[in-house]
Design a protein around this ligand. Structure first.
Ligand SMILES: Cc1cc2nc3c(=O)[nH]c(=O)nc-3n(C[C@H](O)[C@H](O)[C@H](O)COP(=O)(O)OP(=O)(O)OC[C@H]3O[C@@H](n4cnc5c(N)ncnc54)[C@H](O)[C@@H]3O)c2cc1C
Length: 296
């Protein structure tokens, strides 16, 4: 088998990286942590002539908080950096909890926030809590900059809203409303460090009287894109948590997922796990302290 020659291009600005992507069009691929891309190259799924190394662009790995914007996760921040960040642990511990559960520590040391989302694999953990928290992607491209809510970012298996020549620069996670509680539950049916059989993020905002004001539940690994359960908030608003309500939310999720059978479980099994884990995730969220809110 012939191995194609591969040139590594090392831009030092985002504009230069976008220019190189445009110049080499279908022949080039961005590389960040390389944990997904190198496997695809090794398996010859994909054979670009150029790799554009994002790690030589400074300033893309920040983890900061800005009033009025929320938490800013640079595309090159590693999973391990998010997991260990005091700022993330203080403001959105659900994200530290999620990134801590991705693969193993070697993968998390290299894998980046941007590479994870851009990869578009249907089994990724981080998209579930990020979508549940209302996060958006800041995307830079030849025509300037745009923001895409992450709930609109995933278009299908390995397909995202990124257009040719575009780079995911940052993920923006808004400050939650007062009295918001969040959790991410990952269920693995093989080894503990495996990809999820399914994952469920629940973000619940309570009214002052303790009833639900808003509930966002997002499941991963049970359809070609993350599933934001439609109708959950409408069902829950004004109610207190109860077994009946959690069963209703579980039933809504089970109707909306579209799992594929694989070594982690049959279609039926994953649908039933979705039904069960939605209630557990909402309960887990409510058992955690309220998130820091700019308005609390
Ligand atoms: C052993 C193993 C176990 C894993 N387990 C899990 C798991 O349990 N849960 C989970 O969620 N994930 C898991 N993963 C996947 C892992 O999270 C991804 O491989 C990783 O997040 C990809 O990030 P990266 O920086 O390495 O991306 P790369 O491999 O560098 O790139 C991935 C893709 O994204 C593109 N890209 C990279 N950065 C950008 C950017 N900023 N803008 C636009 N496009 C970009 C690249 O061109 C490429 O197509 C696992 C991976 C491995 C190898």
């Amino acid at each position: 088998m012939t191995i194609k020659k591969l040139d590594l291009l090392q831009p030092t600005t985002l504009a230069e990286a976008c220019g190189l992507l445009q110049e080499h069009a279908d022949e080039a691929s961005l590389i960040a942590g390389g944990t997904a891309l190198l496997i695809m190259l090794r398996e010859r799924v994909y054979q670009p002539a150029y790799l554009i190394d994002l790690t030589t662009v400074p300033g893309l790995d920040g983890i900061t908080h800005e009033a009025g914007v929320g938490l800013r996760l640079g595309a090159l921040a590693t999973h391990r950096a998010v997991e260990l960040s005091p700022l993330v642990r203080e403001r959105l511990p659900v994200l530290a909890e999620t990134y801590r559960q991705v693969g193993n520590v070697r993968v998390r040391h290299a894998a980046t926030v941007g590479g994870n989302l851009a990869h578009g694999d249907y089994r990724l953990d981080p998209p579930a809590p990020l979508i549940a928290l209302g996060a958006a992607a800041r995307i830079v491209g030849p025509d300037g900059e745009r923001r895409v809510p992450l709930e609109e970012f995933f278009l299908g298996l390995y397909a995202t809203a990124l257009e040719p020549g575009e780079i995911l620069a940052e993920v923006l996670v808004p400050d939650p409303a007062p009295r918001t509680h969040a959790a991410y539950l990952k269920y693995t049916s093989l080894s503990a460090m495996d990809w999820p059989c399914l994952g469920v993020a629940a973000v619940a905002a309570l009214a002052a009287d303790g009833t639900f004001d808003d509930v966002r539940v997002v499941l991963t690994s049970v359809a070609s894109t993350p599933v934001l359960v439609q109708g959950a908030s409408e069902r829950a608003r004004g109610q207190r948590v109860s077994e009946g309500l959690l069963a209703e939310l579980g039933a809504l999720a089970a109707e909306q997922v579209d799992p594929s059978p694989d070594i982690r479980g049959s279609e039926w099994y994953k649908r039933e796990m979705a039904r069960v884990f939605v209630g557990r995730a909402v309960r887990a969220a409510l058992s955690r302290p309220a998130l820091a809110s700019s308005r609390s």
